[in-house]
Design a protein around this ligand. Structure first.
Ligand code: ATP
Length: 436
């Protein structure tokens, strides 16, 4: 299957089965904006929960934070975004499409194939809005282009309120906004997206080792959640790609159908951000070691990932087509932790009151701990195919025999192997195989 064909199939499955819809579709859509449908909302939530669990709950050296999207405008002067958060923009002389020079198609406009453009000019990517009743520059605020700055400005609040010592990471998940010149590749580049970011504060002499540790930890996270290792790679930035204050940056890249692209960046940012905020706010943002009383600016390692890009990578990697009995079986092989639905309960005969009652009873018990669906709207073969296509890990079928022997058929998504399991042991069996 060619790469564009694979991408088309994934986009079409996402719409057909309710993973991702175009935003405001009935009005023709809005470029660079997407909505997560019922299954997509579950999947994305599972991605965020898996990240929070591994970076906050499973570690002793990271705490969470949830900052507001709107911040004092000086934040963005201090961070350098007002002056430097720009992309180069050129305009096609034939169709007037605005593009990033690095997004041209072999030097040509991807829309009309013309090859003459205006001179490049700088374009600030921050979205502006106004607070209060005045629509003038005194009321201008920005929609945050990254969640990181909320963490930096709260560094003293977190240290003072938690009495934590270095090294300490502060993690946050939240929406960010960038007025991207050329959004595209489905949810890969959008103007509104969610980030999962950690600022890991440490002693300057520990920064190099912590940087290496975080690169490995973040790379492993994607592998642990089932991404095929051959589709992942690390790309260290060349010196001329680095911000002037950064000592290093490495991207985790995924082999998308449209090419290897960034999922997450891990940067060794030095002390730049805290120093800038101290300069602009006049507040003391240094760390005071409680034992030695020594004062210094911590250095910061920043693993910064996109939740939507991660979710898209998990969708692409899960997509499989297999031939079964001369027919194509589409199966989304999500890691059990990420699968939107863990168990489907299917009655073999929807007209049998005994079967339906038992199936619904099983569902109401299981759904206390596992995300389940009940479906009786088609014949069993079709129901299995439907569940395969959305990545449901197990199908539990209740049949006439179940009424006699109190057993059900459990079908495994990836192997299609079927087993008879006693209803009394079903919950434990499913949890064990899901890894819960
Ligand atoms: P790119 O070079 O692709 O524009 P970036 O290097 O500017 O990305 P960062 O500023 O490092 O991105 O942001 C951290 C993460 O946030 C990225 O790795 C990505 O996963 C996510 N991200 C950034 N911009 C977007 C966007 N426009 N749409 C979706 N996710 C994004």
């Amino acid at each position: 299957m060619s790469s564009p064909e694979l991408m088309d199939k994934i986009v079409s499955l996402c719409k057909r089965r309710g993973f991702i819809f175009q935003s405001s579709e009935i009005y023709g859509g809005l470029n660079g904006a997407w909505d997560y449908g019922p299954l997509g909302a579950e999947l994305k939530r599972n991605v965020k929960n898996a990240w929070w669990q591994s970076t906050v709950h499973f570690r002793d050296d990271v705490v969470g934070l949830d900052c507001s999207i709107l911040m004092h405008p000086k934040t963005w002067e201090a961070s350098g975004h007002v002056a430097n958060f720009v992309d180069q923009l050129v305009e096609c002389k034939k169709c007037n499409k605005r593009l990033r020079p690095d997004h041209l198609d072999n030097g040509r406009c991807p829309q009309c194939k013309n090859n003459t453009f205006s001179d490049p000019r700088a374009f600030n990517l921050m979205l502006k809005t106004f607070l209060g009743a005045m629509e003038d520059s005194s009321a201008t605020v920005y929609l945050r282009p990254e969640t990181a700055q909320g963490i930096f400005v709260n560094f003293p609040n977190v240290i003072d309120s938690t009495h934590r010592k270095l090294p300490l990471g502060i993690a946050q998940i939240g929406k960010s906004f960038r007025n991207e010149i050329t959004p595209g590749n489905f949810t890969f580049r959008t103007r509104e997206f969610e980030q999962m970011e950690i600022e890991y504060f440490c002693r300057p002499e520990d920064a190099a080792a912590k940087y290496e540790e975080w690169i490995q930890a973040r790379f492993q996270w994607y592998k642990d959640l089932g991404i095929k290792p051959e589709n992942l790679k690390l790309r260290p930035h060349a010196d001329d790609e680095l911000a002037h204050y950064a000592a290093g940056c490495t991207d985790v890249e995924y082999n998308f159908p449209f090419g290897w692209s960034e999922l997450e960046g891990i940067a060794n940012r030095g002390a730049y951000d805290l120093q800038q905020h101290e300069k602009f706010s006049g507040q003391d943002l240094q760390y005071k070691d409680p034992v030695t009383n020594e004062k210094f600016f911590p250095h910061v390692i920043e693993p910064s990932g996109g939740c939507d890009r991660g979710t898209l990578a998990f969708l692409v990697d899960a997509y499989h087509e297999e031939t079964v009995n001369d027919a194509t079986r589409v199966v989304m092989k999500f890691h059990p932790k990420l699968a939107p639905i863990k168990v489907a309960i299917l009655p073999l005969a929807k007209k049998s009151e005994g079967i339906v009652t038992l199936a619904k009873k099983i569902k109401s018990e299981l759904q206390k701990e596992l995300v389940c669906v009940y479906d009786e709207t088609a014949a069993i073969g079709k129901l299995y195919r439907r569940q395969d296509e959305i990545g449901t890990v197990f199908c539990v079928t209740v049949d006439f025999q179940s009424l006699e022997d109190h057993q059900v058929t459990v079908r495994h998504r990836d192997t299609m192997v079927q087993e008879r399991i006693a209803i009394d042991h079903l919950r434990e069996y499913l949890k064990k195989h899901l890894g819960f």
